[in-house]
Design a protein around this ligand. Structure first.
Ligand code: IMP
Ligand code: MG
Length: 178
């Protein structure tokens, strides 16, 4: 039995994730045809999604990473965000696609959009794997979305609980009450 099977139930399996990533990649390929695209992944949660998505896009793609963290830890997002890792090349004039694991309250995404748009990119859009619309405090436009989920804490495929479970190849739910 795999180590996580006692603790996690599968919510979105490997096949469904891969199918969705291919769909998103095909759509992005069509939408950005003839342009150079820069994917800006948000550390650490987006890295599995980012690498799969990048390989599903049939265009010249640059990859940049930003790290952000809320001032207080835990499951709840507090509203205050700071940059812990910045991109390594200038963003001005580039077509940027921000790639994030999940939009929960939307505060992290809003912070990143404000920050990146101040650098005057040619365009700035958003691709997220998961959205929890019931929790949204800050409405951000999501241009490319994988799945809409209910308000449950999920892990895997990059998403963590106290830095654990990121390496699960699927998105799962933490079992509760045991
Ligand atoms: P937001 O600022 O509330 O939209 O959420 C920002 C961050 O909270 C996400 O990028 C995730 O890192 C984390 N987060 C929100 N919901 C979950 C979840 O269900 N599982 C794991 N991380 C989550
Ligand atoms: Mg994150």
């Amino acid at each position: 039995m795999a180590f996580y099977e006692r603790e996690i139930d599968v919510m979105i399996d490997v096949a469904a994730l891969q199918r969705k990533v291919r769909e998103l990649g095909a759509q992005i390929t069509r939408d950005y045809a003839g342009r150079e695209l820069t994917l800006v992944g948000v550390l650490k949660g987006s890295i599995f999604f980012l690498t799969d998505l990048a390989q599903a896009i049939d265009l010249p793609v640059r990859i940049e990473l930003m790290g952000v963290s809320s001032y207080l830890g835990g499951n709840e997002t507090t509203g205050e965000v700071r940059i812990t890792h910045d991109v390594s090349t200038p963003m001005g004039g580039r077509h940027l696609l921000l790639v994030e694991d999940i939009v929960d309250t939307g505060l992290t995404m809003q912070f990143l959009l404000d920050n990146l748009s101040a650098r005057q990119p040619a365009s700035l859009k958003v691709c997220v794997l998961l959205e929890k619309p019931s929790r949204t405090k800050c409405k951000v436009t999501i241009d490319y979305k994988g799945f809409t989920i209910e308000d449950r804490f999920v892990v895997g495929y990059g998403l963590d609980y106290s830095e654990k479970y990121r390496n699960l190849p699927f998105v799962g739910l933490m079992k509760t009450g045991e």
